[in-house]
Design a protein around this ligand. Structure first.
Ligand code: SF4
Length: 737
């Protein structure tokens, strides 16, 4: 049987120091460029890097040190974001006439500088005019007060937003009488939260990064930490040194996961680290079928920990019966992998005593995202790989703040502490707050945008984000966003969604960055570490702290009950968070850089005791998704050199692909008779996407294009039923240009 073990035999060229001549990030050259970009404010840039908690991904670092490795923790993603924190104010006069601004790309808008004054654009005006804060507050408050609370919605993004801002946003929403509050975590790991909560009773990683070290098997499903969490490669270098086998289950053999040059680890910086030992090229959306196949093989060989399943889990009988029922031929066809491949994976698991499963958007961003997560949890539980050293399940987050977003209750489906939105919990929260809290289910972010389109919202409040770029079918998003009387955009920079006219008025509110935020702020990392980032004072125009703006609007809207609100300072808010969310107890004591605690300790579900009602894990048996239509490719979207919708380079240094690349396997290119670099068109009933063939180690039958550009051929309104994440994949046909 052919193996999926990667061949790391090196040629002479591979021994050229620093990977010269190879496609790889040029860390040291990039650093010089970043220093040059920040040259007008270098002392502040230095402060942010050495004293702040990183506003990049959710790996988590305070200053230059984390809790996992000795030595410095720094990456280019963080340095690229630095300019957002050091740039001067933009000249607000440029907003007076939209006709010129509308021609600019998003990166050109970003480079104009920080949004520094409240601005108003009334319907029919050719641009924005500056208004005083009090006027902005009064306009927003007047409209919200006059509206049915069910016609008011708030969205909070993840751009460096702190736990305090999420907490405040949800409290404001409930104070205003609405549960239409959602955050960016919905767009990435909503399915992880839903499936983990249902299965394990917790919605966070059960283990710590240190569990990667020396675990026998570390599997990455649909994730690419070399791109999304670059310093994770340093952890992987260490794990490999201790004998860990690293496995990639992904349509693409991500070059950064094959070999990575860790710049701060001498040997690795010189000659690179071979990271993945195995690559299982599953078809996009085929993970559920693949895992069923692995379980079928493992069951046949008696490689399942039946004792753990019997004693610590429910639902095994139903899952086992489903595994028996499913035909291996169907599982092969849907996963794109042969039964021998499933056997090889099952064998790796069988040979391992410990294992950690990590997953990300390749699993979650599907209409069956929760089911994909469910199957990963099922697989881990069949070996009892939770709650002890070197085992665990980890939804790795690529945005710094989103882990805390749902835990703070900025979620239409959860109150603070991830308590379900229902009458009992609304009554509990009302007792905590001293004012009424609505018990009805709110709208997800995708539903909010759709509700705008149907004219069901009076006010749509956006703290950051850019739906025009982030959601499928941008032309439809633009029409929807225009169909609401008041839109508010609270942000630090300009985005093109701000330029869409509203039915009556658009108000821009200038926010401080997380570092400027009054009284500092906290962030929760993927491994549940709550870290304090102190206030690093800086004045830019009239910017105000995110949480303060939200609070001001709440008390301006309902002055008659303003005395009930509390949370007058960041310190008081953290005291309240510790009281309302008991697992955040300790947050009130964080005061200096490096102050942190890991809630729940190193492992959740320790000793096989789960946070469910009966203390057991609840397995379930999701359906295997249908295959592709005849003659169609699976298309998925991927990231290049970017942070969310902020694009930092036209060419991805990890793959060498340009923004218009259409990743394709050699087999498919040969079959279609197309060549590397040739222009082709992808077509479906949503639209057309033109790009250039980019040959890559990709599972045949699959294509990948960059996100958000690919959104033009993704169908809107299709979302995961468990987590509400929108579909970011499509079925397409290939046409020559
Ligand atoms: S890996 Fe993530 S947390 Fe660490 S420095 Fe880079 S962006 Fe920040």
């Amino acid at each position: 049987m052919s193996s999926h073990a990667l061949n790391h035999r090196r040629s002479l060229a591979d021994w050229i120091p620093f990977g010269l001549g190879q496609i790889k990030p040029k860390h040291f050259r990039d650093m010089l460029g970043i220093i040059w970009k920040n040259r007008d404010n270098l002392p502040y840039a230095y402060k942010v890097v050495t004293e702040g908690v990183c506003d990049g991904c959710a790996l988590g670092v305070a200053g230059l040190h984390d809790w996992t490795i000795d030595g410095p923790h720094l990456c280019i993603t963080r340095l690229n974001l630095l300019r957002l924190n050091t740039m001067p104010a933009l000249d607000h006069h440029v907003l007076e006439d939209m006709s010129e601004l509308e021609k600019l790309h998003t990166h050109e808008l970003r480079e104009l500088g920080r949004l520094a004054h409240p601005m108003l654009r009334e319907r029919g005006a050719k641009g924005f005019r500056r208004i005083p804060w009090d006027d902005a507050y009064a306009r927003i408050a007047r409209r919200i007060r006059a509206a049915d609370p069910k016609r008011v919605a708030i969205f909070v993004t993840s751009r460096g937003v702190t736990n305090e801002t999420y907490y405040m946003a949800q409290k404001v929403a409930r104070f205003l009488g609405t549960n239409h509050i959602d955050n960016a975590a919905r767009l990435c790991h909503g399915p992880s939260s839903a499936a983990m909560e249902k299965t394990l009773g917790v919605a966070a990683s059960t283990c710590s990064y240190k569990d990667w070290y020396g675990t026998d098997l570390l599997v990455f499903f649909g994730s690419n930490p070399a791109s999304a969490q670059p310093v994770a490669t340093k952890y992987l270098h260490e794990a490999k040194r201790l004998g860990t086998k690293v496995v990639l289950v992904n349509p693409l053999l991500e070059p950064g996961m094959k070999r990575y040059w860790v710049p701060s680890t001498a040997g690795s910086a010189l000659f690179g680290t071979d990271i993945a030992d195995y690559w299982f090229p599953v078809s996009q959306g085929g993970d559920i079928a693949f895992i069923y196949g692995v379980l079928k093989v493992a069951l046949g060989h008696g490689w399942i920990d039946e004792a753990f399943l019997r004693e610590r889990c429910t639902g095994w009988a139903e899952l086992k019966s489903e595994i028996h029922k499913l035909k291996i031929e169907i599982l092969e066809a849907r996963s794109g992998l042969a039964r021998t491949t499933m056997l090889e994976f099952a064998n790796l698991m069988h040979a391992a005593k410990t294992g950690v499963f990590v997953w990300s958007l390749g699993i979650t961003q599907h209409p069956h995202g929760s089911d994909g997560v469910q199957m990963i949890l099922n697989l881990a539980l069949t070996r009892g790989w939770v709650g002890r050293d070197r085992t665990g399940v980890m939804p790795i987050r690529s945005d710094s703040s989103v882990q805390g977003g749902a835990e703070m209750g900025a979620y239409c489906t959860a109150f603070p502490g991830v308590k379900a939105v229902n009458a009992e919990n609304a009554a509990w929260l009302a007792r905590e707050y001293g004012f009424e809290v609505p018990a009805w289910a709110g709208m997800t972010v995708v539903e909010m945008v759709e509700a705008c389109g149907r004219g069901e919202l009076e006010a749509f409040y956006n703290l950051g984000g850019n739906f025009l770029r982030a959601l499928p079918e941008p032309a439809h998003v633009a029409r929807s966003m225009a169909n609401v009387p008041l839109r508010v955009h609270q942000d630090i920079i300009l985005t093109d969604q701000m330029f869409i006219e509203a039915r009556e008025e658009v108000i821009l509110l200038p926010a401080k960055t997380r570092y400027e935020q009054d009284d500092g702020g906290t962030e929760t990392s993927t491994e549940r570490r709550v870290m304090f980032s102190p206030e690093l004072p800086r004045k830019v125009g009239e910017c105000r702290a995110d949480w303060k703006i939200l609070r001001d609007i709440a008390v301006t809207t309902h002055p008659e009950k303003a005395h009930l609100f509390g949370c007058e300072t960041g310190w008081r808010m953290r005291e309240e968070i510790a009281r309302v969310i008991p697992f955040y107890d300790g947050v009130q004591h964080l005061r200096r850089i490096g102050d942190a605690f890991q809630y729940g300790g190193a492992h959740l579900c320790a000793g096989g005791v789960f946070a469910t009602d009966d203390g057991k894990a609840h397995l379930s048996a999701p359906q295997v998704p249908a295959g592709n239509a005849e003659g169609c490719f699976h298309l998925s979207t991927r990231r290049g050199k970017q942070f969310d919708t902020l694009i930092y380079a036209e060419t991805d240094p990890l793959t060498g692909a340009d923004r218009d690349a259409i990743f394709m396997s050699d087999d498919d290119a040969t079959r279609l008779g197309v060549e590397n670099g040739e222009r082709i068109v992808l077509v479906n009933d949503i639209g057309r996407y033109e790009g250039r063939v980019f040959l890559a180690d990709l599972a045949p039958g699959n294509l990948q294009v960059m996100w958000p550009e690919g959104n033009v051929i993704i169908r809107r309104g299709v979302a995961d039923t468990g987590g509400g994440v929108p579909e970011y994949n499509a079925q397409v046909r290939v046409e020559s240009r």
